[in-house]
Design a protein around this ligand. Structure first.
Ligand code: AMP
Ligand code: MG
Length: 421
């Protein structure tokens, strides 16, 4: 486990007061380490978990050559160009009920999709390309080539090959693949435990009566949702009032129980509350000013064994800093090989003002344009407290550090979060 100082020394020109978004991400990926404990889970509990080791295929899939079509199986070497082929029909091979007899030249067997190919046969003519008259099947001239419409043994997976790799997040397709190998259990890394709380004396918990100058705590719920979608075990610590003893108790309790602690609020430059002070006192913590919008202030480091992500207070800034920095870091802690959300290219429907020298994350709505290509429209108010724009959006337009204004029609990068967060 490296100290913040050691990481800072590894990075060229690290300046916590003027950090680029890329620099912040780089720092965090050096700070966090993957969990190592594993557990064996049932396939139904494996969705979204991270595979602890490669899964080697115990069998070949499919386990035998089989037909890809409903049709007639025969020996394809009899096909000759420009003339039809006449075959005598011997019987039927069904899926799950193989044809065991011999099939000689000039003969064929009716075969259903998935049925084992009869011995010595390599080709299936689909029903619609053959004509049948009694027990006579005619394959039209040039209808197909030898070897067509047959699935080969092991064409999906060969026995002994790696079917799934360590660090893969198990998807619906991976569950199906495990099942196709006859595996009902799988070894995954343990779930990450993440504690979170909101800070600030103006923050109301749900159920509290509204009062002058106070706002309801929304960060607690967005963070809960973001962590749950990532498959983390969440430890919800509510709102912690701005009193040193309460903050200290909350940080200590979180550090004892969790791999990571996420707080929101109280980390900006002018913050008059005790959050920063407590972080400094209890842990090894750096306070960053990141060249980004929304976002900017962020505290990172460790309290005890737990990694600390001190996010800004503004609701949109919380989500953006989570997606840009916390999510990749947590995925690395989860042992996931992939940590970044994919970026799409879409054409901006309008001009966007952008200052070079900071990364901007604008909320956008991606849709299909009239010509079929992707387009993205900026949601109205981009204020860092305007959570409704985050609800409308299906992705974040990521405008790079060096980039200037965007012209209407220009292609931009979009970090999609539809279906991801
Ligand atoms: P801070 O970073 O603590 O100065 O907070 C910045 C802004 O975000 C202020 O307007 C806060 O009222 C607001 N804010 C902080 N925490 C929350 C929260 N948990 N839910 C909603 N708004 C918040
Ligand atoms: Mg505050």
């Amino acid at each position: 486990m490296k100290t913040l100082q050691a990481i800072a020394a590894e990075l060229q020109g690290y300046d916590p007061q003027a950090l680029s978004a890329a620099g912040a991400r780089d720092f965090l990926l050096r700070l966090v380490e993957p969990v190592t404990q594993t557990e064996e889970v049932d396939i139904f509990s494996a969705l979204g978990r991270v595979l602890a080791r490669d899964v080697t295929s115990p069998i070949s899939v499919p386990p035998h050559d089989n037909s890809a079509m409903d049709g007639f199986a025969f020996d394809g070497s009899q096909l000759a160009p420009d003339r039809p082929l006449q075959l005598k029909l011997l019987g039927t091979a069904l899926a799950g009920k193989a044809w065991s007899g011999a099939v000689a030249a000039g003969e064929c067997v009716r075969i259903m999709t998935g049925a084992v190919m009869p011995r010595g046969l390599d080709t299936v003519v689909p029903q619609e390309l053959a004509s049948i008259d009694g027990d006579q099947v005619t394959v039209a001239a040039n209808a197909l080539q030898a070897g067509e419409n047959r699935r080969l043994l092991g064409e999906d997976l060969l026995q002994g090959s790696a079917a799934l790799h360590q660090g893969q997040l198990l998807t619906p397709a991976s569950l199906g693949l495990l099942a196709s190998l006859g595996l009902s259990q799988v070894t995954v890394l343990r779930r990450l435990r993440v504690a979170y709380f909101s800070t600030g004396d103006e923050i109301l918990s749900l159920g509290e009566a509204p009062r002058e100058g106070a706002v309801y705590d929304s960060n607690r719920y967005t963070v809960f949702g973001l962590l749950t979608r990532l498959g983390c075990e969440v430890i919800d610590m509510g709102v912690v009032r701005d009193e040193p003893a309460l903050l200290e108790a909350a940080f200590n309790r979180a550090a004892l129980q969790a791999d990571a602690i996420i707080t929101s609020g109280g980390v900006s430059v002018g913050a008059a509350d005790y959050t920063k002070l407590m972080m400094k006192q209890l842990g090894d913590v750096a306070f960053w000013k990141i060249a980004m919008r929304p976002g900017r202030p962020m505290a990172v480091g460790r309290i005890g064994q737990a990694v600390l992500f001190g996010l800004p207070g503004n609701p949109v800034a919380v989500m953006v800093t989570f997606l840009a920095f916390v999510r990749p870091a947590l995925l690395q802690m989860m042992g996931s090989a992939a940590t970044e959300l994919p970026l799409l290219r879409a054409h901006s429907t309008q001009a966007i003002r952008k200052k070079p020298g900071r990364t901007e994350y604008q909320r956008g709505i991606v849709s299909q344009g009239a010509n079929g290509s992707l387009q993205v429209q900026v949601t109205g108010n981009q204020g860092s407290g305007v959570l409704s724009s985050m609800v409308q959006a299906n992705g974040l337009i990521v405008l790079d550090h060096a980039q200037g204004n965007v012209a209407a029609g220009e292609a931009v990068n979009v970090m999609m979060f539809d279906g991801v967060i």
